[in-house]
Design a binder for this molecule. Sequence first.
Ligand SMILES: Cc1ncc(COP(=O)(O)O)c(C=O)c1O
Length: 349
Amino acid sequence: MTYHYEKVLTPSAGLRLHLNENTSGCAPGVIAALRGITCHQAAFYPDYSDVIAAAARYLRVDERQLALTNGLDEGILAASVAALRGSAEDAPFEAIVIVPAFDMYAACADAAGGRVIEIPLAGDFSFPLQQVLDHVNRRTRIVFITNPNNPTGRSVPREAILAIADAAPHATIFVDEAYADFSGTTLIGDAVLETRPHVLIGRTFAKAHGLAGLRVGALVGAAETLARVRRVVPPYSLNIAATVALPAALADTRHHEDYLRQVAESKRLLYSAFDRLSVEYWPSEANFVLARFAEGATRVVAELQKRCVYVRDRSRDAGCAGCVRITAGIIEHTRRCIDAIAEVLCGAR
Ligand SMILES: Cc1ncc(COP(=O)(O)O)c(C=O)c1O
C-alpha cells in the first residue's frame, strides 16, 4: 500500500471552503513587507535572525527550541525522515497514525521507509488511547497526534498525549498543533515537556495567520530532538518572501484576532444551520466543521460546486461516510455557504 497527499481542485474564484485556509487573506502589513523586498535581498540567501526572533517571541519559546520550516508539511517530512532513518524492509520501523488524519503523516512516513500503522478513532471520533497504547512496541519510531484533529475538529485530551509519550519514550511523539490558534490550547510551554524531550510540536502560520501561499511552519521541541530534525531540513528552506512576511503577520494582532472572532461566529452559524436542517455535525475546536449528510457527501459537494461553493468531501476517510468538511472563516462567506447548503438539501428532500 502506498500513501499520498490528495491534491484537490483549487479554483481561484468562488468560495474556497475546502482547504481550511484563511479566506480573509493575510494582514496588509505582509503585502507591504513583500513589496519592500530589495533586489539584493532577492539575490542573497536569507538571514533568519529576525524571523526566528519574531516566531520565538510569538510562541514564547527559546530560539534553540524552534526550527522554522517551509510550511508545516516540511516539518512533518523532516520529522518522519529523522525518526524513521535506518528502517529496513525486513524489519521496518513503524509510524502510528490515528485516522482519519491529515494525509501527510502516512505519506511522509511511507516515503521515509516506515511502516504505517493506522488506528481508527472511536465511532464518535473520540481518541482511541488504549488502542494506540496497545500498538506501541519497540519498532514504533513516531506517533502522529493532531490537536485539534483534522478533519474532525475534536481535541485530544492532554493526559492521552502524555500517556502515549510515557509509553513510547524511544519514539518521536509528533503533536501537530496546526489549528491551536483556534482552540487556544497548546503543549508549548507546558512543564510536563521538561521530562519528555521526545515530544515535538508542529505549528503553522498558514491557517490563523493567512500565510499558506508563502509556506511557513514551525517545530518546537527540546534542542536534542530538534538537532536530529535539523539534519534533514535544508539550510535555506524559507525563502525571502516567507522570511519578511512572518514578522509582519505576527505584528498585526488586530487582524489575527478579528479572524479568530469571525471563525468562532462562523462555527456558531454553521451549528445552528445544521440543527435546523437536521444535519449531524461535530463541534469543532478548529477553523472548520465536519458534517454528515444523509444525502451523501459526493452529491452535496457536487451540488455546492455548481454554486461555486467549494467544500471538502471526506467521505472516503475512516469512519467518515457521508462527511463533508467546511472551512469556517469569514462570516459573510459562511452565510453564503449556509444558504447554498439549505438550497441543496431542501431541493433534495
Ligand atoms: C493538521 C495539519 N497539519 C499540517 C498542515 C500543513 O500546514 P502547512 O500549510 O504549513 O504546510 C495542515 C494543512 O492543512 C494540516 O491540516
